[in-house]
Ligand binder design. Structure first.
Ligand SMILES: *[C@@H]1O[C@H](CO)[C@@H](O)[C@H](O)[C@H]1NC(C)=O
Ligand SMILES: *[C@@H]1O[C@H](CO)[C@@H](O)[C@H](O)[C@H]1NC(C)=O
Ligand SMILES: *[C@@H]1O[C@H](CO)[C@@H](O)[C@H](O)[C@H]1NC(C)=O
Ligand SMILES: *[C@@H]1O[C@H](CO)[C@@H](O)[C@H](O)[C@H]1NC(C)=O
Ligand SMILES: *[C@@H]1O[C@H](CO)[C@@H](O)[C@H](O)[C@H]1NC(C)=O
Length: 753
């Protein structure tokens, strides 16, 4: 008792919430299950298995597609769509339309009700249902089962003042009866009754109907006056009515307005188009016409296009086409025409294109026309063409003689206008330089599938300056690569910029070794004698050479590197040897000095005590730069050393002192090693004398002792490694820095001066 109202409240709340949601999202539901355009004006709900229209539509929708669903009753809610332009309800299960179905759809233009279950006209409410849709233009009722189209009691009459196109295809309609079923459609323009088992169309009355399609019906005869009640009819399609023919005699079908007539795939024995004086285009193919009489089209003075192909026309008269003053296109292909009277085409002064393919013309004949530009005579069993055959065709541009039995083209076949000549699939074996001599405008020549064996010559086309296209595929070319003409013609055909044919279409058929090869493949090495190696091999060869070259380079680099290393090693060894030698010499000198020292004990007076530290500080500073040290070390030391090898150490000393080298060196050593000053001082003093004074001094008793101390000096220096280091360094620098050495020599010379 207490709970029930609560539950109700909850349910009510849910209901309100849902209602609100629908209201809020507006198109939410719809776009959830259907496809909407970005602005939600176009909605596609097709193939959704819907049994009714989902709710939540808005008025902004202009195109609604709910085709191919399971909808059985016309959706009430469609009335909300006052802006709908197009409604597609095809492929549903509708069998009736409510009286007010289209109420409010005032702007609707297109209604598709095809493939539904309508059977009786009356279930459509045809009198009233379309009245509100004042803009309805197209109504598709195809693929329903109406079975008749009548107007007996006006109840079945479709009434719409705006409807222009009514589609009733495949509606199993077998008769139109009563007063005109079109009388309620005062604006009807197009009626499509394609694929109905209709026998007659006599009850159609409309002053506005322009286009009537009754193709693929069961029409057999049309009364001569049947089209009289369709005074605006322009387009009549009656094809695929297998028993239909247009009656002859005085009761011809008549229409003043008809311009386009399609009566193909019927049973027409005679064109009988006299009743259509305004006819522009007549399609009469796939009929049973056996012959064309004189003046067959004399009343069709406005005819521009006739298709008479796929008939059995065996003969024409020279005046058959008389009166066709404006005809441009005539198709007589797939007939049985054996001869065409020479003047036939002259009756059609505007004719530009004629198709005569698939007839039994045995020769091209001597047709005459001043207007014809395109002539198709393919597949006509033509075996001969006279050299003046084309002279009567004074505007001919395109001649198709393919698939005939021509074995040769006469010399000097002449036409001043011909541009394209198609001779494909004939049996022509040769041409010469007079064949196309008289075709000055020739631009394209096609001889695919003929029997040419001898390769053509460039000279064949000497009088065809406009030639730009040659089709030479599928001939039996005998390739003789050694023949200069073959290459010449190959060039003529394939060389840019005036290339006329793809080189792969030029295939040899003999000799046996070359069958199937293109001219280029067959003759490549003959035409390019320098290129003995074909291209792919050339690349391999190139790569091989590259690899070998690279290997050789690597090897060379390696060799050079190794020889350089070896040279460096020998230089190193040489240096080490020299250092070793120098050490040996020093050792010997020391030994000798020691021996001499044992013999002559030095005069104690000559022994000068080493200077104290303070003394050393007060001693004169070394002026010699590092530069002069280098000079000393490089230039003269070597000379000295070289001499040392041959001279005694005494001589060496004398010379050294004369040169004044060593003192400089000593000065340097002095600064470097203050502990050695004691031993150096005498020599520094010596260095202050001139060389001749030195010679005098040499004789003094102290000189010998001084000399002795020199040895000692050198010896101690060696012990300290100073002199040796300088010398060895100098030696090491020499080979590595020859430029610097020369430079220092120069400086030496300068200083000597
Ligand atoms: C509706 O949808 C069907 C199937 O998708 C389509 O074939 C048809 O053309 C659509 N109709 C219109 C009017 O766009
Ligand atoms: C017709 O359309 C209008 C909006 O254009 C709308 O207000 C009205 O409710 C519609 N009528 C019906 C019956 O849905
Ligand atoms: C109507 O719908 C059918 C089936 O969907 C379609 O084939 C036909 O073209 C449509 N008619 C028009 C006029 O669009
Ligand atoms: C064809 O035209 C001629 C005049 O050129 C006319 O006498 C004749 O009646 C017309 N035939 C038909 C069937 O209209
Ligand atoms: C025609 O070809 C032959 C060789 O076949 C040649 O001697 C002659 O000069 C050519 N005539 C012309 C007009 O090119």
């Amino acid at each position: 008792m207490v709970r029930l109202p609560k539950t109700l409240c909850v349910l009510m709340l849910i209901g309100i919430a849902e209602g609100g949601a629908v209201f809020d999202t507006d198109l939410g539901d719809l776009c959830y299950s259907c496809t909407c355009s970005a602005d939600k004006t176009i909605i596609d709900c097709s193939h959704r298995g819907l049994t009714e229209l989902p709710d939540g539509f808005g008025t902004q929708v202009t195109r609604l597609n709910i085709s191919h669903n399971e909808i059985a009753t016309f959706p009430e809610s469609i009335k909300k769509f006052s802006n709908l332009l197009s409604l597609d309800l095809s492929g549903n299960r509708l069998n009736e339309l409510p009286r007010d179905a289209l109420q409010n759809l005032t702007v609707l233009e297109e209604l598709n009700l095809s493939r539904n279950f309508f059977e009786a006209w009356i279930s459509l409410n045809p009198n009233e249902v379309f009245r509100p849709a004042t803009n309805l233009k197209t109504l598709d009722l195809s693929h329903n089962k109406f079975s008749t189209m009548g107007n007996l009691a006006n109840q079945e009459l479709i009434i719409s003042s705006s409807l222009e196109t009514l589609i009733l295809e495949n509606c199993e309609i077998d008769s139109i009866h009563g007063r005109s079923p079109l009388s309620g459609l005062i604006n009807i323009k197009t009626l499509r009754l394609h694929s109905n088992p209709l026998m007659r169309i006599q009850s159609l009355i409309s002053s506005t109907l322009k286009s009537l399609d009754v193709s693929n019906c069961a029409l057999s005869t049309i009364n001569h006056n049947e089209l009289m009640y369709l005074p605006s009819l322009v387009y009549l399609k009656m094809s695929h009515n297998y028993r239909l023919e247009l009656s002859a005699t005085a009761y011809n079908l008549f229409s003043d307005s008809l311009k386009y007539l399609d009566i193909s795939y019927c049973n027409v024995l005679q064109p009988n188009l006299q009743g259509f004086p305004n006819l522009r285009r007549a399609i009469l193919n796939h009929n049973m016409i056996r012959f064309l009489r004189s003046n067959e089209f004399v009343n069709n003075t406005l005819l521009e296009y006739i298709d008479l192909s796929y008939n059995n026309i065996g003969s024409l008269k020279s005046d058959t086409f008389r009166g066709l003053h404006v005809i441009k296109y005539l198709d007589l292909s797939w007939n049985e025409i054996a001869t065409i009277p020479e003047d036939t085409l002259l009756e059609m002064p505007s004719l530009t294109q004629i198709k005569l393919s698939r007839n039994y013309l045995s020769s091209v004949g001597h047709l005459k026309s001043n207007s014809l530009t395109v002539l198709d005579m393919s597949s006509c069993e033509i075996s001969s063409i006279g050299k003046d055959s084309l002279e009567g065709l004074q505007s001919l541009i395109d001649l198709d003689l393919s698939r005939n039995l021509l074995t040769h083209i006469p010399d000097s076949i002449s036409s001043n206008t011909l541009k394209y000549l198609n001779l494909n699939y004939n049996r022509i074996t040769f041409i010469n330089n007079y064949t196309f001599f008289m075709l000055p405008r020739l631009a394209g020549l096609s001889v695919i599938g003929n029997r040419f064996t001898t390769i053509w010559r460039r000279s064949y086309f000497e009088s065809n300056p406009y030639l730009e296209r040659l089709d030479l595929t599928d001939n039996m070319w005998r390739c003789d690569c050694a023949d200069a003409n073959m290459y010449d013609f190959y060039e003529f055909v394939t060389l840019e910029p005036s290339k006329k044919e793809e080189s792969y279409n030029l295939v040899c058929n003999s000799p046996i070794a070359l069958i199937g090869q293109t001219w280029l493949e067959a003759c490549y090495f003959v035409w390019n004698p320098t290129e003995k190696v074909p291209n792919p091999d050339g690349i391999i060869w190139f790569i091989t050479v590259m690899i070998i070259g690279l290997a050789v380079c690597l090897l060379l680099v390696n060799c050079i590197k190794r020889s350089m290393q070896r040279r460096l090693a020998t230089i190193q060894a040489e240096r080490e040897r020299q250092v070793e030698e120098a050490r040996d010499r020093l050792r010997q000198l020391r030994m000798r000095a020691e021996q001499e020292a044992l013999c002559n004990t030095p005069d104690p007076r000559d022994l000068i005590a080493p200077p104290s530290y303070d003394e050393a500080l007060s001693m004169p500073k070394l002026n010699t730069s590092c530069h002069s040290l280098n000079e000393t070390g490089t230039g003269k030391t070597k000379r000295r050393r070289g001499r040392r090898k041959t001279k005694s150490s005494g001589d060496l000393l004398e010379e050294t002192e004369r040169n004044g080298d060593l003192p400089v060196l000593d000065d340097l050593e002095l600064s470097e090693n203050p502990n050695d000053r004691r031993r150096h001082r005498p020599r520094r003093e010596i260095s202050r004398y001139g060389s001749h004074e030195v010679a005098e001094l040499d004789q003094s008793p102290g000189a010998r002792r001084r000399r002795m101390s020199e040895y000692n000096t050198e010896y101690y220096d060696a012990q300290n490694g100073d002199v040796m280091t300088v010398e060895v360094q100098a030696e090491l620098e020499r080979p590595l820095r020859p430029r610097q050495r020369r430079h220092s020599n120069e400086e030496l010379r300068e200083s000597d001066l």
